[in-house]
Design a protein around this ligand. Structure first.
Ligand code: NBY
Length: 831
């Protein structure tokens, strides 16, 4: 181990020092020290948690070293810095990822083995931070990984929810939500920074006064005050020295305010106020459609955005540059509209607090922000009822009005005779009680707008943001999503990763395009054998996990057909079920039919207030119950619901899949990222031309992708032409049989009422066009079965999928954001 150059006396010395050294022996000693000095345990009485904590602190010590040097390097070089503003992050378990980034997986395994301990058992103990709902939060985490790995100066800003996404239990087939208590045992990965805290004001009213220089000034007489305290988590780049920062804000009471109450003798009142303050960062909102317009959600958004911008201004002040150059220091990305109040807050900070004039402030603001859209669903586009907005953020409403006034004045010059267009463009929706349209604020207040897949970006510019596209076509960009190959291949699938490295060298881990080198091996029988072996091991591991969890014996040799993602009607888990029921009917009628054995697995959470999604979960479990105990189905068809799908579960699911279900109604899934993770792990995709599926299919080749169904334009035309699902039901006997079986109560112990809402919707409106796509889907599944019967053909397709997935690395996505939106460059941190 070469001696490490010290850049300052503040950094602990020596590579073999037990707080920094990377050898197995030093790690062993450090682990024992931490077990003793942090957990207060000797090895014989240590619990699983003690061991997890001790090992995590051992790893954290090694990260801190690099972290401090990264901060020093950034301070010296003053580079443009990316600030990723996201209300959600789903990083998954930290320990294994940090071992990987530091390159000490093997040394740690060896150190623990010397103590009679198993690394995997310790890793399994980690409770993951579920600080996000799904794809959007996970994308933020993949982006943080890639930013650090590409050595880009970056800070991720967000909220330190005390309760993340709920835990899902299945009782009697129904989803039951229990509270997530990820902080129960403490969190070794975060560093609380009591010194980095900001006041956040809300409510009250504004006063407009003229100061002694005749300048108009606005005083915000707020009604309430909170404080945000920083909690920092290191984000280590893979194989580089860079360790970036994830800074999450926790809400606390602002002490001075408490004191005034306290001095009036109301001690209990002061404590209650403190408790109330803390509710702001208490819990992550599940993305229910039902509860949009919630005051606490607006508070959360403003709270984290205000803390983050104040923090950026504090950092900026240390550079000594004039404030009008704020945007030269920071590129801030709005991860969907959730942080969009930042546009008004930065204007307020610059104009009201720092005395910039409006035009200067607007120039800096517009050049700072860029906006990523993640949805086309009109019901998911955020808008805040004006009375609520005015009540919580009276000054911001004035600022939004001023932004809007100037914007619409420009637009009236451009479209003098088109008031309808002006109304459509307005940031304010005038429908009573009036709303603030956050996507409009983001589009006006930033310099770039991006979609997350090519199709999504095209539809964005022709539908929900068309009027903005008409004015600023150059503002629109596509940035197709990507996923990190570190977590989702190296960590999740070490067997396949080793095989890839053996075949290609290890360059693919940082340059995923190198996977293309596999193409030449796609037909090599020996390589194919090893490929299948690696897959079988992951399938057996998942089967074992599920057996241990719920007594489900599943056969690793069967075709693992998996749909794992949030449960939503547009994602059409129930279309998948219609196929399962169709297979069931076929097998019942022809028990000797030659159909390959299939295990159909589902995983995913339903928003607690989304009744139809919860009914779909119940239906999955109801079908599973009947299918799995029918002797005619034995060794041929099995249905499994994997409970509590989260990042950790996902890491054991992707590698085990043979077939990946990406079957959303075309035009509805913005991108999807699970589709990329499955394919990268050698699953073949059955999918529609939706989201990034389109580009995945182009990349892997149409012969290696099972395509079915209407495309986005056809879906629109089908609806416009007076879609009648009932006619399709009447015309297709297999479809009718499947629907009838569900409707008749076959999977509900004879209760014909249970699934009625679902069936009625399908036969009546069928908004997501399941019946329109049913026949194409089932026929396509038959083609899947044919391909599966020929292992050499299937394996060749799987190898070609992996070989051609290089483009879907989040490293590529981040490199594009850096080049086209952020204008930032790497700042190498020396070892
Ligand atoms: O973002 C997902 C998209 O559905 C998916 O297609 C895309 O790949 C992914 C990354 O770009 N969107 C998503 O996950 N959205 C949410 O989780 C979400 C969270 C909160 C709220 C709305 C949506 N909210 O209203 O608070």
């Amino acid at each position: 181990m070469p001696a490490r150059k010290q850049s300052s006396g503040t950094v602990p010395p020596g590579p073999e020092h037990t707080r920094t050294g990377l050898s197995a022996e030093t790690l062993r000693q450090a682990f024992l020290d931490n077990l003793f000095y942090i957990q207060g345990r000797f090895p014989e009485i240590a619990t699983d948690d003690d061991r997890y904590q001790a090992l995590s602190y051992t790893v954290r010590d090694r990260l801190l070293h690099r972290w401090v040097r990264t901060i020093q390097a950034y301070k010296e070089r003053d580079p443009r810095t990316v600030c990723y503003l996201s209300a959600e992050y789903l990083p998954g378990p930290h320990l294994a990822n940090n071992l990987l980034s530091l390159g000490i997986v093997d040394a740690t395994r060896e150190a623990l083995r010397g103590l009679g301990l198993d690394l995997d058992a310790i890793l399994d103990h980690e409770e993951e931070p579920g600080l996000g709902n799904g794809g959007l939060g996970r994308l933020a985490a993949c982006f943080m990984d890639s930013l650090a790995t590409l050595e880009i100066p970056a800070i991720g800003y967000g909220i330190r929810y005390e309760y993340g996404i709920f835990d899902q239990k299945i009782q009697d087939g129904w989803q039951v939500e229990t509270s997530d208590t990820w902080l129960h045992y403490g969190n070794p990965w975060e560093v609380r920074r009591p010194g980095i805290c900001y006041d956040v004001r809300i409510g009250g009213r504004t006063e407009h006064v003229t100061d002694e220089h005749g300048r108009l000034r606005v005083h915000w007489r707020h009604a309430d005050l909170f404080r945000g305290v920083a909690y920092d988590t290191p984000v280590a780049g893979y194989g580089v020295e860079t360790v970036n920062l994830l800074r999450l804000w926790r809400a606390e009471a602002a002490e001075d305010f408490d004191f005034t109450v306290f001095n009036q003798g109301d001690y209990v009142g002061a404590v209650m106020r403190k408790v109330r303050s803390e509710t702001i960062s208490k819990v992550l909102y599940p993305n229910d459609e039902a509860d949009s317009g919630k005051r606490l959600r607006l508070l959360q958004q403003y709270f984290f955005v205000s803390c983050s911008l104040q923090d950026m201004l504090r950092i900026f002040a240390t550079t000594g540059r004039p404030l009008a150059e704020f945007h030269a220091k920071f590129a801030a990305q709005l991860n969907d509209t959730h942080p969009t109040i930042a546009v008004a807050e930065l204007m307020r900070l610059l104009v009201d607090e720092h005395g910039l004039d409006w035009d200067e402030a607007w120039q800096a603001t517009r050049h700072t922000f860029a906006y990523t859209n993640h949805t086309l669903l009109p019901e998911a586009l955020e808008k805040w009822p004006l009375p609520l907005f005015a009540d919580v953020l009276p000054r911001h409403l004035e600022i939004v009005y001023e932004i809007n006034r100037r914007f619409l004045d420009d637009m009236r010059l451009r479209y003098p005779d088109d008031p309808a267009r002006i109304a459509r463009l307005s940031i304010i929706d005038e429908t009573p009680p009036k709303y603030v349209r956050m996507a409009h604020l983001a589009s006006v207040g930033g310099h770039a707008i991006n979609g997350v897949a090519a199709l999504h970006t095209r539809l964005l510019g022709t539908t929900v943001l068309k009027d903005f596209h008409d004015i600023w076509p150059d503002k629109f960009q596509n940035k197709t999503n990507g996923v990190t190959p570190r977590r989702f291949l190296m960590l999740a699938n070490p067997g396949l990763a080793d095989l890839l490295t053996e075949a290609l060298g290890d360059g693919w881990t940082r340059d995923l395009e190198r996977l293309r080198g596999l193409e030449g091996l796609a037909d090599d029988p020996a390589f194919q054998d090893r490929w299948r072996q690696a897959k079988l091991i992951r399938k057996a591991a998942l089967a074992e996990r599920l057996r241990a969890g719920q007594g489900n014996a599943i056969d690793p040799a069967s075709l693992f057909d998996i749909q794992a993602k949030r449960i939503h009607e547009y994602k059409r888990q129930h279309l998948n079920l219609l196929h399962v029921v169709t297979l069931y009917n076929r097998l019942k009628h022809a028990p000797d039919a030659d159909v390959p054995a299939r295990t159909v697995l589902f995983g995913g959470k339903a928003a607690p207030g989304y009744a139809m999604a919860k009914l779909i979960i119940k239906l999955i479990n109801a079908v599973a119950e009947v299918v799995n105990r029918d002797p005619d189905m034995r060794d041929r068809l099995k249905v499994v619901f994997v409970p509590d799908y989260n990042v950790k579960v996902a890491q054991s699911v992707y590698p085990a899949a043979d077939l990946s279900e990406q079957i959303s109604t075309a035009g509805m899934e913005a991108s999807g990222t699970g589709n990329m993770k499955f394919s990268l792990n050698g699953a073949l995709t059955i999918g529609t031309l939706d989201g990034a599926n389109v580009e995945i299919r182009e990349a892997v080749g149409p012969d290696n992708f099972f395509l079915f169904g209407l495309d986005a334009d056809e879906a629109v035309r089908t609806r416009a032409a007076g879609y009648r699902p009932y006619a399709l039901y009447e015309r297709d006997p297999e479809l009718r049989a499947a629907v009838d079986l569900i409707a008749g109560g076959h999977f509900a112990h004879g209760d014909a009422g249970l699934f009625r809402p679902l069936v009625d919707h399908l036969l009546g409106r069928d908004d997501y066009l399941l019946l329109a796509d049913y026949r194409a889907y089932v026929d396509c599944q038959d083609r899947v079965a044919d391909a599966w019967r020929d292992p050499a053909r299937w394996t060749r397709m799987a190898i070609l999928n992996v070989a051609r997935m290089g483009r879907f690395s989040s490293d590529r996505a981040i490199a594009e954001y850096c080049r086209d939106i952020w204008n930032v460059a790497p700042a190498r941190v020396d070892g």
